[in-house]
Design a binder for this molecule. Structure first.
Ligand code: G1P
Length: 564
């Protein structure tokens, strides 16, 4: 398509003070993007300006989104600004939709200088919901702190942005579109791609599709139920699990991406994927899975809704890693988990003598290790699991990893997990979230808590609840020195480690859009009592966690908004 020379304008603007990207990029209520003049433009310009002009000129950038409300408006702006900022080529998902793992895959495949994902991940969608923008760098991973800091600094001083207001792209037609601009950067091309195919191709080279097909549609096949949660994953699930691997079409539900994500919170956890959990409880299906809105998270359920914590999930995948052909070829370079994730993975690392890294929350800390060839498999307690095939967590990859284990072992997911506990012991694990807490109250509570924890007198203290006594071994504010680039990340969560290895961690979320979200993570290791109720087992530590922080008193809450 040739729309003739398009005008490039420089538009004056004024900065906003609050455009610091959080754990998952810049996330705000939709109305913030809609009502604040040039709020989106300012941020996009800051992203482009953070890239050296020489690197930007003629370069390729990937653009995708999870299809939520405001996606199309935002893509139009991104396209118009990319052209005006010298980008040579944009690769955009069909209809502007591309999962977060696929963005990472496509950035790497096309050697793009980065990717822009229009997503607020697992936050609610629709006009009253959230919208977000995430920038990934050339490796395909979420921008690291040096980059996000630079973007933030630019956004605080921005005075103008560049845009081609007349440029209109057709997102519905696959293939190349060419535009001539009146400035020196020309021509500008846009390529609308079928990201499902690129992503499927990547998975074909990782897993044994013939074995998976046999598992899902062979003579002794298992029945699975997959919920795409009205998010971006529908087309990927249909193409890969149903069409290619032979799972029946009705095994996959909520496969049409909706702007309001069906009105539900599109998170991959059993408290959000309630339909899936209910269906699984009926016993008709052997294995269940769901994804979040942008497809990077996963929840795995066994028959009758047997729930597998993400911390256990990554440990089980690690223990069975050679059921995945990719790792038979690459070998295993290392394992990693975020600090608040349970230490189940550590047990496997120790037994297999594979290096284990404990990183701060957020995928950007993992991919640095992957780029350095030190990490193969990692996970976060927040339903994120992934390998070094891309630089994002990957929901469907995790599901195929589990199915590969099921195919190789011919056991149920529940039996595999229970055998795992018998061999390695069990890390009981829970997370309490207190959402939308008054920001000042949350920050003051964290500051006071830190003062208490770092006081020398705190180590050695004993806490008793009923017959259980826990003695503090150490307490600190987690700090991480990246082993690759020696960068230091401070204030990554307050943690209390007890002498039996149990841990309580407190953190403020970096992805919320209203007030503050306080997260309390509890992890306790058991060698004997392997098959008890998690909340019963962790009740004493939960009591201690609330007592030490005085969380309810300080926030005015009587209980968590969500327990996972
Ligand atoms: C949350 C999760 C974290 C994940 C991030 C992006 O961040 O806890 O593990 O990396 O979303 O998906 P938080 O809100 O805790 O900062």
């Amino acid at each position: 398509m040739d729309d003739g020379p398009l005008q490039v304008l420089t538009v004056p603007t004024a900065p906003y003070p609050d455009q610091r990207p959080g754990t998952g990029g810049l996330r705000r209520k939709v109305h913030v993007f809609q009502s604040r003049r040039y709020y989106l433009h300012n941020f996009i310009q800051s992203v482009f300006s953070s890239i050296d002009l020489r690197d930007r000129q003629g370069s390729t950038v990937v653009v995708g989104g999870d299809g939520r409300f405001f996606n199309r408006d935002a893509i139009e702006v991104v396209v118009q600004m990319a052209a005006a900022n010298g980008v040579g080529r944009l690769i955009i998902g069909h209809h502007g939709v591309m999962s977060t793992p696929a963005v990472s895959c496509v950035v790497r495949k096309h050697k793009a200088i980065g990717g822009i994902s229009l997503t607020a991940g697992s936050n609610p969608g629709g006009p009253e919901g959230d919208f977000g923008i995430k920038f990934n760098t050339a490796s395909g991973g979420p921008a690291q702190e040096v980059v996000t800091n630079k973007i933030f600094q630019i956004s605080r001083a921005i005075e103008e942005f560049a845009i081609c207001p007349g440029l209109r792209v057709d997102l519905a037609t696959l293939g190349k579109q060419r535009f001539d601009l009146e400035n020196k950067f020309k021509p500008f091309t846009v390529e609308i791609v079928d990201s499902v195919e690129s992503y499927a191709n990547l998975l074909r080279n990782i897993f044994d599709f013939a074995a998976l097909k046999e598992l899902l549609s062979g003579e002794n096949h298992i029945n699975i139920r997959v919920d795409a949660m009205n998010g971006v994953m529908g087309p990927y699930v249909r193409r890969i699990l149903c069409e290619e691997l032979g799972s029946p079409a009705n095994s996959a539900v909520n496969c049409v991406p909706l702007e309001d994500l069906g009105g539900q919170r599109p998170d991959a956890d059993p408290t959000c994927a309630t339909d899936l959990l209910d269906t699984m409880r009926g016993g008709e299906y052997d294995f269940g899975a769901a994804f979040d809105g942008d497809g990077d998270r996963n929840v795995i359920l066994g028959k009758h809704g047997f729930s597998i914590t993400p911390s256990d999930s990554v440990a089980v995948v690690a223990a069975n890693i050679f059921c995945i052909p990719y790792f038979q070829h690459t070998g295993v370079r290392g394992f990693a988990r975020s600090m608040p994730t349970s230490a189940a993975l550590d047990k496997v690392a120790k037994a297999t003598k594979i290096e284990l890294y404990e990183t701060p929350t957020g995928w950007r800390f993992f991919w640095n290790l992957m780029d350095a060839g030190r990490l193969s498999l990692c996970g976060e307690e927040s339903f994120g699991t992934g390998g070094d095939h891309i630089r994002e967590k990957d929901g469907l990859w995790a599901v195929l990893a589990w199915l590969s284990i099921l195919a190789a072992r011919r056991q149920s997911a529940e039996d595999i997990v229970k055998e795992h506990w018998l061999k390695y012991g069990r890390n009981y694990y829970t997370r309490y979230d207190y959402e939308d807490v008054e920001l000042d109250a949350a920050c003051e509570m964290m500051e006071d808590l830190e003062t208490t924890l770092v006081d020398k007198a705190f180590a050695g203290q004993r806490f008793a609840v009923g017959e259980k006594i826990y003695q503090v071994e150490k307490a600190d504010n987690f700090e991480y020195t990246d082993p690759v680039d020696s960068s230091i990340s401070r204030n990554q969560g307050l943690r209390i480690v007890f002498s039996d290895g149990s841990r309580i961690v407190y953190r403020l979320s970096g992805t919320g859009t209203g007030g503050a979200t306080v997260r309390v993570y509890i992890d306790s290791y058991e060698k004997e009592e392997l098959f008890q109720e998690t909340q019963v087992m962790l009740a004493p530590l939960a009591t201690i966690a609330l007592k030490i922080s005085r969380l309810h008193e300080r926030t005015g809450r009587s209980g968590p908004s969500v327990i996972t």
